[in-house]
Design a protein around this ligand. Structure first.
Ligand code: NAP
Length: 335
């Protein structure tokens, strides 16, 4: 059988070191992948003059599966976010961000298990219609939700809930104020919910959801929400399990999927061997599950869990005093 080819974008800042860690672990776990390395972000801008070169787009389209490090989008200067561009270009409509407690982290809770399913191409986050008046006194942006987009993400969330034996989906919205966009999202999500009587449905306004996630996170199982709310809520959820170093994300479409850490390129700790690679390792675990390699995924998850539980060579954010490379070795020794 032909080898599975994975497109790898190492990314900017801490990206190369955490991606190297994930690849070393995949190789040590016996994954017989072939990797096609391409650039995006600042690295690509420096090498090719473009933030998102055509060769990168072609590789993502050809291989269909991509593992990606965080990318730095220069602030202002007219640059569009590469992540937003990739999500739209490949119609990666579902962003799946699970957070699970690992014993041994410095988190406030011990039993968190929440998946945020975020609509990934529409709404306020999509960057549509961003205009600043010439004199800089007014700015506007557009938010657009379609029935089809809302329906697809709601079906995705309920199907995921059913597949993973989850009990409840919470629809998070702001339909009381954003009556058109959030209103349509809620209406369509309710219609979809009615088709899944085996799964409990709750509805929650986004501000209340933030408060409840902090106070009573056990109320949540699967969250389905629009793009911007999902972006914010999933970082909040990362905070429940020990921070951004612990949160992966999968961007799923019909023709391609991109797996990445939720966090960014963390320029403050880049090049210092300080980054916790767990998020991107967990993203590679999501990738293995997507490829039907659940057993290998489980082996890697158990190895990571044991390193964190025992505190053997953990990184600073996990309470340890070791670097990315030591952490990686500790995981590999357990495989
Ligand atoms: P960030 O890169 O997520 O970093 C925020 C802070 O979180 C870091 O300063 C660091 O805090 C901590 N952190 C993040 N990842 C960590 C890890 N793996 N291990 C340990 N600590 C970690 O957010 P940002 O500084 O706001 O954004 C930096 C750049 O990343 C921006 O250009 C932004 O556009 C980009 N970004 C890209 C993506 C993506 O490609 N998917 C996502 C978000 C942001 P300490 O100070 O505690 O060390």
């Amino acid at each position: 059988m032909a080898k599975q080819i994975i497109t790898v974008i190492k990314g900017d800042g801490i990206g190369p070191s955490i991606i190297d860690s994930a690849l070393e672990i995949l190789n040590a776990a016996g994954c017989d992948f072939e990797y096609e390395f391409v650039d995006a972000g600042l690295t690509a801008l420096e090498n090719t003059g473009e933030l998102l070169p055509q060769a990168t787009i072609d590789a993502i389209a050809k291989n269909k599966i991509t593992l990606k490090g965080p990318l730095t989008t220069p602030v202002g200067e007219g640059f569009t976010s590469i992540n937003v561009t990739l999500r739209k270009k490949f119609n990666l409509y579902a962003n799946v961000r699970p957070v699970v407690s690992f014993e041994g982290t410095k988190a406030r809770y011990e039993d968190i298990d929440i998946i945020t399913v975020r609509e990934n191409t529409q709404g306020m986050y999509s960057g549509l219609g961003q205009v600043v008046s010439e004199d800089g006194s007014e700015a506007e942006a557009m938010s657009k939700i379609t029935r089809e987009g809302a329906q697809k993400i709601a079906v995705f969330a309920y199907e995921l809930a059913r597949r993973e034996n989850r009990k409840k989906v919470t629809i998070v919205h702001k339909a009381n104020i954003l009556k058109s966009t959030s209103g349509l999202f809620l209406k369509v999500a309710r219609e979809v919910a009615a088709l899944y009587p085996d799964i409990e449905t709750a509805e929650m306004i986004v501000d209340a959801a933030c408060m409840k996630l902090v106070m009573t996170p056990e109320e949540f199982d699967v969250i389905v929400t629009t793009n911007l709310f999902g972006d914010i809520l999933s970082d909040l959820c990362a905070g429940l399990v020990g921070g951004l170093g612990m949160a992966p994300g999968a961007n799923i479409g019909e023709d391609a999927a991109i797996f990445e850490a939720v966090h960014g390129s963390a320029p403050d700790i880049a090049g210092k061997n300080l980054a916790n690679p767990t998020s991107v390792i967990l993203a590679s675990i999501q990738m293995l599950e997507h490829l039907g390699m659940g057993d290998t995924a489980e082996r890697i998850r158990n190895a990571v869990a044991d390193v964190i539980k025992t505190g053997d060579r953990t990184t600073r954010d996990l309470g340890g005093n070791h670097g990315t490379t030591d952490f990686t070795q500790a995981v590999i020794e357990r495989l």
